[in-house]
Design a protein around this ligand. Structure first.
Ligand SMILES: Nc1ncnc2c1ncn2[C@@H]1O[C@H](COP(=O)(O)OP(=O)(O)O)[C@@H](O)[C@H]1O
Ligand SMILES: [Mg+2]
Length: 268
């Protein structure tokens, strides 16, 4: 069985709206699969390479111009609120900037309780049950409900807030997380901790994770497989170790050199 498959997926945007004349091929003939075994797949590439467009198609937020995406054997196509909810029970996003994902005037625990109520099968959980679900999800990301209860977003650090966002994504018990540049707004010193968390979630919860980043180093540490994109196309793919140790494509080699230079240059 295949959890997710993209076959010959292309996305062309018309810039300047419906009547715009300039066509941009954001994603060009991309194919890859996630199997049934939990896996972390990184999609690595510089800005503009089409990563977020791939993420948006996997999340059912935008349709491909050509090609097909399937999740658990069914074509990804969302036409109603009910279909969206059913799909999001299985596939959850983690966004880039947690400060934008949370309303600054809303206490963060509310999001967890709302998600618990929205995605529960059967009877709506009462307050106590929702708190229990929130606390359990927070434990998976190294937090407790006690620590975040009643707090507003600005009262948490970027790293803590991103953990809360990940905890929220876990509440529906999805099979797949799609994390688009989840640590780019987080302090460098905390990035590895969050990326390592993905490895734990995979092992403890049997989750598959698509980790999108422009940083080959974090991708290398956490992934099973890596795809490297450039200008909308996949230019390299394989086991993480093989891609870093022996990049085949000129662009992957350049990316590797940049990673090594950054690591070497970074003191502390
Ligand atoms: N909604 C959109 N309308 C028009 N062009 C877009 C839109 N979203 C992305 N693009 C263009 O598609 C290309 C790929 O963008 P994106 O998928 O965001 O790449 P990445 O996430 O790797 O930076 C870029 O040239 C970008 O300008
Ligand atoms: Mg992007």
């Amino acid at each position: 069985m295949t959890l997710l498959s993209l076959s010959h997926v292309t996305k062309i945007y018309r810039q300047g709206g419906m009547l715009g004349r300039r066509l941009i091929t954001a994603v060009n003939d991309v194919s890859f699969e996630l199997g049934d075994e939990p896996e972390i797949l990184s999609i690595v590439g510089e800005s503009g390479s089409g990563k977020s467009t791939v993420a948006a198609m996997i999340l059912g937020q935008t349709e491909p111009t050509d090609g097909e995406l399937q999740f658990a054997g069914k074509t990804v196509a969302i036409h109603s609120r009910a279909e969206r909810k059913a799909f999001m029970k299985e596939v959850q996003p983690v966004l880039q900037n947690p400060f934008e994902a949370f309303n600054p005037l809303k206490r963060v625990d509310r999001y967890l309780f709302e998600t618990a109520r929205n995605f529960s099968a059967g009877k709506r959980p009462d307050r106590q049950q929702a708190e229990k679900m929130a606390d359990a999800a927070l434990h998976h990301v190294g937090l407790t409900l006690e620590e975040v209860k009643g707090r507003f977003p600005h009262e948490l650090s970027g790293g803590q807030l991103q953990r809360v966002a990940i905890a929220r994504a876990l509440i529906p018990q999805p099979r797949l997380l799609v994390a688009d540049e989840p640590v780019s707004m987080v302090d460098a010193s905390l990035r590895m901790a969050i990326v390592n968390l993905f490895g734990r979630l995979k092992n403890e919860l049997g989750l598959s994770i698509i980790y999108i980043t422009h940083d080959l180093a974090t991708a290398y540490y956490v992934s099973d497989n890596i795809i490297i994109m450039r200008k909308g196309e996949i230019v390299e793919r394989g086991r993480a170790r093989a891609v870093l140790d022996d990049p085949q494509h000129e662009y992957s080699r350049a990316l590797k050199d940049a990673v090594l230079a950054a690591e070497f240059g970074e003191v502390g």
